[in-house]
Every structure is written in C-alpha cells, then in structure tokens.
Design a protein around this ligand. Structure first.
Ligand SMILES: [Zn+2]
Length: 258
C-alpha cells in the first residue's frame, strides 16, 4: 500500500481533469494527504476528503499566500481543521528563496499556525526553503515538535537537528534527482521510524517521470528509489511508512487483507 503524505490534488492545478485524477488515485488504492495552501484550497481539500475514503486533508496558509490572509483566516482554519478528515495544519513555513511575501509576515503567520496546531494537538507540515535557522528558531521557541519537514531540501546537518527534536522528514521526488547526493545522504542517515514519502503533486515528478505533471501514484518511484539505496524490501518499507503515517497523524489505515 502506497501513501502520498503531501500532494495538492485540487482544481487550481488539475483543472477539468481533477475528478479523473481523484478517481485514478482511488483505483490505484493510494492514500493521500491532500494539502491546502490558502483558505480556498484548504476548504477544497477538506471537501474532497469528505467524499473520498482514501483522502485526508491538511489546512493552512503557505508562505507565498500569507499576504492574502486576514485576521479571520485563523478562525476559519480552526473550524476546517476540526473536520474528521482533517489531520494536520499545513502547509506552513518560511520561504526566503523567492521574496514573494514579506519575511516578517511569513514568520508571524508561521508562528500563529504552529500555535493553532498545538492548541488542536495535531501535527503541522513545514515548507522551509533557504530559511532553516529561522524555521527551527520559531519551532523551538514554541516548543511544539509534532511536525514534518516536507520535501526535505537541506543537508545532513540540518536533518540531524530536525530528527533530534523527534520531528519527521518527508522525501519527495527530489530524492531521485541527479545531483541531489545531499538528500540521498539524509535518506541513508534518517531512522526509518521518522520518515514519510510524498509527491508534492503536481510538482517535482520523480525520475523517470521528471518534467511531467506529477500524480500521487508516482510516489511509487520514491518508494522504489529509497528501497534500493537503503537496501530494504519494498513491502517492509510500505509497512513502515503506513505505521509512521498512522502514528503521526493519529489515523488508522489498515493493511489490506491478502
Ligand atoms: Zn506542497
């Protein structure tokens, strides 16, 4: 059983093909944590999760979208996050790679949303790009470590710090890219009980699909790549990821009867 712990299967990206995309994901029996990045997409992922058994939802405001969020946004997010199928606050974080929004506003909204996750006692999903120290400082200041660094984009030293706090690392298709030996090193180091896999669909398609639109079922290539480098059997890896996902998100995906 495959689990994509981070995807954006929403109409903005899949347009008129969204229904088909969801159907195909269901047929392939892939479980998906579908992730919002602003209020509108957060509402959509919750609605999709309510209708589809193998879909969960995470709600949050992405650092690129913080300038559109208003005072009431956090109240709305809180309501959405209390839905049965909502399992985390995300994606939230800091992105200093592209100055799309004000950095201080990003810090403020990141902090506010981690506090929301803490209040609701659910995990938060971190987008952190070229902002590692700042991201970690905020998390440490709040002292709530029930979180995941998604599509991990840092090296071994940063990974050690994240894992040392008991947080999770999620690997995307970037793991399979040439010239990302730094992420391979992280994968070789990371304890199996602290990892998840994702696609970040429609972005970051893994090799051999690189450059094409990504799909949740392409998470298969991340599993395969990881099983080869870490020398672990694919069925054991699937079992490990299922347990990890159940644990961090307090859900109960059961193994399919054979
Ligand atoms: Zn994402």
């Amino acid at each position: 059983m495959l689990i994509d712990s981070h995807a954006h299967l929403i109409s903005k990206f899949y347009k008129e093909n969204l229904e088909e995309e969801i159907l195909k994901t269901r047929e392939k029996e892939v479980f998906v944590n579908n992730i919002g990045f602003n209020l509108e997409s957060s509402k959509e992922v919750v609605a999709i999760a309510k209708k589809n058994k193998n879909f969960f939802a995470s709600v949050g405001i992405h650092p690129y979208d913080v300038s559109d969020s208003e005072k009431e946004t956090i109240v709305e997010l809180k309501k959405l996050a209390q839905d049965k199928k909502a399992i985390a606050i995300g994606e939230i974080g800091l992105d200093f790679y592209r100055q799309i929004t004000d950095f201080n506003l990003q810090r403020e909204k990141f902090e506010e949303q981690i506090y929301l996750a803490k209040e609701l006692n659910i995990p938060f999903i971190v987008h952190s790009r070229k902002s590692f120290d700042d991201s970690l400082d905020i998390i440490k200041k709040i002292g709530y470590f029930n979180g995941i660094f998604h599509s991990f984009d840092y090296g071994i030293n940063e990974a050690k710090k994240v894992l040392g706090l008991g947080m999770y690392i999620s690997f995307s298709g970037m793991l399979t890219f040439k010239r990302r030996a730094d992420i391979v090193e992280v994968a070789l180091y990371a304890p199996l009980q602290n990892i998840l896999f994702e696609t970040d669909s429609p972005f970051l398609s893994p090799v051999p699909m690189r450059g094409k639109t990504n799909h949740s079922y392409f998470v298969e290539y991340v599993y395969k790549f990881f099983s080869e480098i870490k020398k672990i059997k694919i069925f054991e890896l699937e079992e490990t990821i299922r347990k990890n996902f159940n644990k961090i998100f307090s859900v109960n995906i059961i193994e399919k009867e054979v």
